[in-house]
Ligand binder design. Structure first.
Ligand SMILES: *[C@@H]1O[C@H](CO)[C@@H](O)[C@H](O)[C@H]1NC(C)=O
Ligand SMILES: *[C@@H]1O[C@H](CO)[C@@H](O)[C@H](O)[C@H]1NC(C)=O
Ligand SMILES: *[C@@H]1O[C@H](CO)[C@@H](O)[C@H](O)[C@H]1NC(C)=O
Ligand SMILES: *[C@@H]1O[C@H](CO)[C@@H](O)[C@H](O)[C@H]1NC(C)=O
Ligand SMILES: *[C@@H]1O[C@H](CO)[C@@H](O)[C@H](O)[C@H]1NC(C)=O
Ligand SMILES: *[C@@H]1O[C@H](CO)[C@@H](O)[C@H](O)[C@H]1NC(C)=O
Ligand SMILES: *[C@@H]1O[C@H](CO)[C@@H](O)[C@H](O)[C@H]1NC(C)=O
Ligand SMILES: *[C@@H]1O[C@H](CO)[C@@H](O)[C@H](O)[C@H]1NC(C)=O
Ligand SMILES: *[C@@H]1O[C@H](CO)[C@@H](O)[C@H](O)[C@H]1NC(C)=O
Ligand SMILES: *[C@@H]1O[C@H](CO)[C@@H](O)[C@H](O)[C@H]1NC(C)=O
Ligand SMILES: *[C@@H]1O[C@H](CO)[C@@H](O)[C@H](O)[C@H]1NC(C)=O
Ligand SMILES: CC(=O)N[C@H]1CO[C@H](CO)[C@@H](O)[C@@H]1O
Length: 808
């Protein structure tokens, strides 16, 4: 009974409603308008990219169906006139011709052709569109229209309320008579690349005349000529102002933040735009604020805490300073907050840690100090947390490792001391970065419970104790372990360590710790990179220890106390650094024994500053991938093997400070060689003429040998040569005149001292050393200063001083 009553009431209600409006006619659509639409359909085609489909399917427009019920078409319910056409995102391809049939839709109020692939100049091809006197919304965004925006456009479209020409190829000045569009509510002229331009007068008029504007979007429109005072005249109805990357400069009027209806303010990427945040009366409805990478100054005012509607704030990359006011308690809608890369100081605002909806919080790269709160139960949605590069002190609280949505924690470059408390319910966090803090004591066990860790970086702290493989045993997903520069931390060497393997581990960095022995564990893993440099590893590496390591590509054992090496570890090494150890005897002959599989992949081999003796075996030339061979500062003797031409990728050959004798082999045929350092040996004979082919040669140091030769005239033709040292040899004769006229185009250092050169020194030669004069600073920072100190030019007893050499 009750439900029957209800049905009756509804029937009556709907009858009385429909009786007040005219009943819909069976054919609303006017035939000539239908034909105009169908004709338009024939002038364009539909072509979607893979995986996309049209929002409006223009193909479904069908003559036998009333055009007012076609997708994307809207008619006036009473007159049947087509008043709206929405063909946005509909995969339209083609040109809009000037004689476009859409122009016959005289009553059109809105037209949306955005996000298609239409092309041609708006000026030429669509001018007929501008004759719609009744047009209120025009959206041609995201097409390929280009050309200047036609002046007539705005004369015709005086009723326009919504104009969207964004993301096309328009260029040039925005016509002043845009200000005729005094009904405009929404204007979007954003472009890709500063091709459209507002002049100061044009924008001034816009601000005064378009009093109904609610949306003004001008991203990457060039506004470098626009003064900022007209912003004071912007309509108080403004809700959305977006001026990213507009080259604005000057002081932004604080009043804009106070426009009563403002909800969205984007001013990012205007480096020269300065200004201050308002102390009072922010627009209370502000939801989105992005001022990133501008020049805003002053402090963040306490009134910030009144922005209760705020959802997203990005103030990163400004010159804001002072404390962050602790006023986030009422900002319950905030999901994104970035204050990174400012100059903010003082304690961390505690109320920030009470934000329940926040997903991204970035306070990195400031001067924030003091401890993190001990207990935090909010932040459950946090996906990104940036606190690195501050002066945060105290312990690393365990709640950071329980946040369910946080994949990565970066607290690097702070003053945290640890330890980390026990973690009650570890999250699935994947990356923990704590480099450059003051965390002391043993590595807290709690880290080893973070079973989903892939990256653990504890480098540059004060950690001590011993890392054993069983500690890491739960971290089966670990890919990168970096504990470098913890000078009291060492690595267990016990035998049972071999039992664990780390299938994902590729990179281990123990540089600068207290490791005393080459480790057993990791050997069976798929390790690719192992850095044990700057440790206290002494004794030898046995053949047994050197086996395995099949995946190892990069091994750094430099700055240790190794005395012996039975075999190089791993067979697939790309880089091996044994610099500065105590390796003795003829290791090269043993380890490069032709019987042992040779390191075909080895690109960099550094064994300098050891106590190697004996000859260099010619089997070294089997290392055919070598780009860097550094045997310097040893006691190697014998001749330089005459097979270097096999090393066709060699870029640096450093044999300096040994006891090599005999002639320099005349077999430099590869043109990638850039550094050849043979100084401080006992080499005799001539400078090998094959070097003339080494067109990449930058440094040639043959100093302190017993070479007897004339000045090799072809040297001046080496186009890249920057450093030429022939000092302390037996070079004789005069410098060839021809070199004075050559350009020596790159040369910056030349040292011919302590030879037997004769004749006069041509000032023309020295005047030609052009490279010596430019960019001294850049050059001084380069690594050449590692090799050479003072350079003098001394010829025939006369020392020449040139001002351009002063900087050396
Ligand atoms: C148009 O609609 C009629 C009736 O529904 C149908 O028979 C005809 O195939 C349609 N034409 C096109 C081109 O879709
Ligand atoms: C026409 O009528 C439909 C349904 O009655 C309504 O949804 C639509 O908004 C009306 N359109 C106009 C322009 O009045
Ligand atoms: C419009 O112009 C194009 C090219 O200028 C022409 O091919 C086409 O027939 C014209 N259409 C109408 C309806 O006049
Ligand atoms: C319109 O654009 C097309 C293609 O970009 C071009 O060929 C044509 O000449 C243009 N002008 C007119 C008036 O249609
Ligand atoms: C302009 O159109 C584009 C594409 O349809 C859209 O993304 C953008 O939000 C529009 N601009 C305004 C201010 O509505
Ligand atoms: C401002 O708009 C009015 C119409 O509302 C128009 O008459 C006037 O010319 C416009 N001023 C400018 C500078 O365009
Ligand atoms: C523009 O702003 C200035 C400064 O606030 C004011 O003096 C002037 O009257 C305003 N002009 C208009 C047209 O609103
Ligand atoms: C806000 O107040 C501070 C301190 O009283 C003052 O230095 C600053 O100029 C004020 N900022 C604005 C925009 O009024
Ligand atoms: C926040 O707004 C209230 C009321 O509008 C006002 O009384 C208070 O002074 C404001 N607080 C700040 C810090 O501006
Ligand atoms: C955090 O919020 C809770 C309730 O939501 C409140 O009791 C507590 O005082 C707040 N803490 C801070 C520091 O604002
Ligand atoms: C670790 O990741 C696996 C999936 O990769 C997941 O099943 C597991 O729950 C995660 N562990 C924790 C403690 O979240
Ligand atoms: C992205 C962008 O356009 N940034 C501009 C911000 O403002 C400065 C100075 O006005 C320009 O140099 C940048 O190109």
């Amino acid at each position: 009974m009750g439900s029957l009553c209800l049905v009756l009431v509804i029937l009556q209600l709907s009858w009385s409603l429909s009786s007040t409006v005219a009943p819909p006619s069976s054919h609303l659509c006017l035939l000539h308008q239908r034909d105009a639409l169908l004709h338009f359909k024939t002038t364009i085609s539909v072509d979607c990219f893979r995986d996309s489909y049209p929002k409006i399917d223009i193909e479904s427009w069908n003559k036998s169906i009333d055009c007012c019920s076609w997708e994307g078409v809207e008619c006036d319910n009473v007159t049947g006139h087509v008043i709206g056409v929405d063909l946005s995102h509909s995969c339209l391809v083609g040109s809009l011709f000037a004689n476009n049939s859409l122009s016959q839709l005289h009553n059109l109020q809105w037209l949306d052709l955005s996000s298609n692939n239409l092309e041609g100049s708006l000026l030429e091809n669509t001018s007929s569109l501008f004759h719609f006197h009744g047009l209120r919304r025009l959206n041609l965004a995201d097409n390929a229209f280009d050309g200047a925006i036609p002046t007539e456009l705005f004369i015709q479209l005086v009723s326009l309320t919504h104009l969207n020409l964004s993301s096309n190829g328009f260029y040039g000045l925005i016509p002043h008579n845009i200000n005729l569009l005094s009904s405009l509510v929404s204007l979007d002229l954003s472009s890709y690349g500063l091709d459209l331009r507002f002049d100061s007068q044009g924008f001034d008029m816009l601000a005064r005349n378009l009093t109904k504007l609610r949306n003004l979007v001008l991203d990457t429109v060039d506004m470098s000529d626009v003064a900022l005072t007209p912003f004071l005249n912007l309509s108080s109805s403004l809700e959305h102002l977006s001026l990213s990357g507009c080259k604005l400069h000057g002081e932004f009027p604080t009043q804009v933040f106070q426009l009563p209806n403002l909800k969205v303010l984007y001013l990012s990427e205007n480096e020269s735009l300065t200004g201050y945040l308002p102390n009072t009366s922010w627009s209370s409805g502000l939801e989105l604020l992005d001022l990133s990478n501008c020049g805003f100054r002053g402090s963040i005012p306490a009134s910030f805490g009144n922005l209760t509607q705020i959802i997203s704030v990005d103030l990163s990359g400004n010159s804001l300073e002072g404390q962050i006011p602790d006023v986030f308690g009422n900002l319950r809608k905030l999901t994104f907050l970035s204050f990174s890369s400012c100059s903010l100081s003082g304690p961390l605002p505690i109320t920030i840690f009470n934000l329940t909806k926040i997903t991204r919080l970035d306070l990195s790269s400031n001067h924030l100090e003091g401890p993190l709160p001990n207990h935090v139960s909010e932040l459950q949605l946090l996906e990104e947390l940036g606190l690195s590069n501050n002066s945060i002190s105290g312990v690393v609280p365990s709640w950071l490792f329980t946040l369910p949505s946080l994949p990565r924690l970066d607290l690097s470059y702070n003053k945290l001391v640890g330890p980390i408390d026990r973690i009650q319910k570890p999250s699935s966090i994947q990356e923990v970065h704590l480099r450059y803090n003051n965390i002391g004591g043993p590595i807290p066990d709690s880290f080893f419970d973070l079973v989903n860790l892939t990256w653990l970086d504890l480098s540059s702290n004060n950690l001590s104790g011993v890392i054993k493989s069983d500690m890491l045993s739960k971290l089966t997903s670990l890919e990168v372990l970096d504990v470098s520069n913890n000078s009291l931390l060492s690595l267990s060497t016990s035998g049972n360590d071999v039992n664990y393997s780390f299938p994902q581990l590729t990179t281990v960095n123990f540089s600068g710790c207290s490791v005393r022995q080459f480790p057993n564990f990791f050997r069976t893993s798929n390790l690719e990179s192992l850095d044990l440099s700057n440790n206290r590893i002494s004794g030898g590496i046995s053949k047994w220890e050197a086996e395995g390591w099949e995946g190892l590509q990069w091994l750094d054992l430099s700055h240790n106390f190794l005395t012996a090496l039975e075999q190089f570890p791993g067979n697939n090494l790309g880089k091996l650094n044994l610099h500065s150890n105590l390796l003795q005897g003829p290791i090269l002959s043993t380890c490069l024994n032709p019987q042992i599989p040779i390191l075909k992949e080895l690109e960099e081999f550094i064994i300098s500053e050891n106590k190697l003796a004996g000859n260099v075996p010619s089997s070294i030339c089997n290392l055919s991938s070598l780009a860097l061979l550094d045997l310097s500062e040893n006691s190697l003797s014998g001749t330089i093997p005459d097979c270097l031409e096999n090393l066709s990728y060699l870029q640096t050959l450093d044999l300096q400070l040994n006891n090599f004798i005999g002639k320099i082999p005349n077999s430099f045929v590869n043109n990638s060689l850039s550094r050849l350092l043979l100084n401080d040996n006992q080499l005799e004979g001539l400078v090998p003429s094959s070097l003339v082919y080494s067109t990449s040669l930058e440094i040639l140091n043959l100093g302190n040998n017993k070479l007897t030769d004339r000045f090799p005239r072809w040297i001046a033709s080496l186009p890249s040569l920057q450093v030429l040292i022939l000092r302390f040899n037996r070079f004789y004769g005069s410098l060839p005149h021809s070199i004075a006229s050559s350009n020596f185009s790159a040369l910056r250092i030349i040292d011919l001292s302590a030879n037997e050169f004769t004749g006069t020194l041509s000032t023309k030669l020295l005047r030609n050393l052009k490279a010596m004069k430019d960019k001294p600073r850049e050059w001084l920072n380069s690594s050449y200063t590692d090799f050479f100190g003072i350079v003098d030019i001394e010829l025939d007893g006369k020392i020449q001083h040139f001002s351009s050499l002063g900087m050396i």
